[in-house]
Design a protein around this ligand. Structure first.
Ligand SMILES: *Cc1c(COP(=O)(O)O)cnc(C)c1O
Length: 413
């Protein structure tokens, strides 16, 4: 992780993690504004000289403070629900830079997005197109649309996060897209403006995105022949980050094949990165409650759990674990586990750590798909969130209180 330094005690930018734990308690998600800004600028650098809009994928981390930081950098947003649109607006984001993805948009979500005058709906089925046309007409307006096409490219990533293959629920089949475009072009209430594709997540190889762009461009050219001119080409998100020993490409290298495919094109390029903008800008700060030696292995039982960070339990994902304060103690091999009553409640397995109970651990690379996937399982209030900015830190989400967890519940009459 960038901006994480310290030999005697870890700090993020200029703030000691010990100080954050003392002030805000644990578990707490801590983000670096400099790191997310650097990640955004790396994309801008890669896109220099091209007409392009970066639409941050809100589902990676939807905290208002994070959305605010991206909005101030000039970002647009990729949303997958009406709730995410409300967050973008509440954070000061510009709805006219919002693209709306997702296979299950409800009428109410469509109405909200139309009233907010979002930039584009990424349509994923024929039925959705009809519903949107009807909803827009009822509102006396027109919806700008792109179809999310499924280029049937293997992104070579985890099966749960690969989305561009024929066998999954996302996008419209490549073969069907042309017919849908022709139909959409004639529908009242619909204005065809673009095309979209998103092939998966945590992509480490730039080649599949380039192949997808090639297939999409072939379709764009067919459509032009049909008299359907598009204003933008949305190439989705998905660039991978380093969690362990991966060697992800830079934004420059990742986008090179796509940009060479699209060289000389008039259409604006849209991107929908999530993980690569925020994943390595955040960590989860947790305290060791107990050390428990076992016959087979040792356990470090911490105050964060799978409800705070689900990725290890869900995808068997790796997050590096670093003690905040180095100790002159013998190291042991630990499983770092939470207090939840599930054997799947682990954050890391078999890590060499020199620690004692009461120590703080930083679970790294937890900025994306961390807090947004958190739950209240075991009636655990969700963690606080703090954004570090140079020597300052801002509480961007207060720790939940237990009473809030059942405030909407009711006893029997
Ligand atoms: C999840 C998602 C993204 C973001 O993916 P990352 O891997 O976080 O970059 C972008 N577009 C769509 C449609 C998505 O579903």
């Amino acid at each position: 992780m960038q901006h994480l330094t310290g030999t005697d005690a870890l700090r993020l930018e200029a703030v000691a993690l010990e100080a954050i734990a003392a002030q805000f308690g644990t578990p707490t998600y801590v983000y670096s504004r400099a790191a997310l800004t650097d990640a955004y600028h790396a994309y801008e650098h890669a896109l220099a000289g091209r007409r392009a809009t970066l639409c941050y994928a809100v589902k990676a981390n939807s905290n208002l403070g994070i959305l605010d930081a991206f909005a101030r950098l000039g970002a647009g947003f990729d949303i997958v629900s009406g709730g995410e649109l409300q967050r973008v607006i509440a954070a000061g984001g510009d709805p006219r830079k919002v693209v709306f993805s997702g296979v299950g948009k409800t009428r109410a979500e469509m109405r909200l997005a139309l009233a907010s005058n979002i930039r584009c709906f990424n349509i994923e089925s024929a039925e959705e197109l009809d519903r949107l046309a009807e909803t827009a007409q009822q509102g006396g307006t027109a919806a700008r649309v792109a179809f999310r096409v499924n280029p049937d490219v293997d992104p070579k990533t985890h099966p749960y996060i690969s989305t561009g293959l024929k066998s999954n629920k996302f996008g419209v089949a490549f073969e069907a897209a042309r017919g849908l475009y022709r139909r959409a072009a004639t529908l009242p209430g619909i204005e065809v403006v673009g095309i979209a594709s998103h092939i998966g997540s945590q992509l480490l190889d730039p080649a599949p995105a380039g192949e997808a762009a090639e297939r999409v461009l072939a379709l764009v050219e067919q459509l032009a022949g049909d008299g359907i001119a598009l204003q933008h080409i949305d190439i989705g998100g998905g660039m991978g980050i380093r969690y362990d020993d991966e060697t992800p490409p830079s934004a420059d290298d990742y986008l090179a094949p796509v940009l060479s495919v699209l060289a000389g094109r008039e259409e604006e390029i849209l991107l929908e990165p999530g993980r690569s903008l925020i994943g390595n800008a955040g960590l989860l700060l947790t305290r060791i409650e107990y050390l428990k030696p076992g016959e087979e292995k040792h356990f470090a039982i911490v105050d964060a759990a799978m409800n705070d960070l689900a990725r290890p339990a869900l995808y068997d994902a790796f997050h590096a674990v670093v003690p905040v304060t180095p100790r002159d103690l013998p190291a042991h091999t630990y499983d770092v586990v939470g207090p939840i009553c599930e054997s799947g409640d682990f954050l890391a397995r078999e890590r060499r750590l020199a620690v004692r109970s009461g120590d703080l651990l930083a679970i790294l690379s937890a900025g994306a798909y961390g807090m947004t996937m958190a739950s209240n399982y075991n009636t655990r209030p969700r963690a606080a969130e703090v954004m570090v900015d140079g020597a300052r830190c801002h509480l961007i989400r207060s720790r939940e209180r237990v009473e809030e967890l059942y405030a909407a519940e009711h006893r029997l009459p």
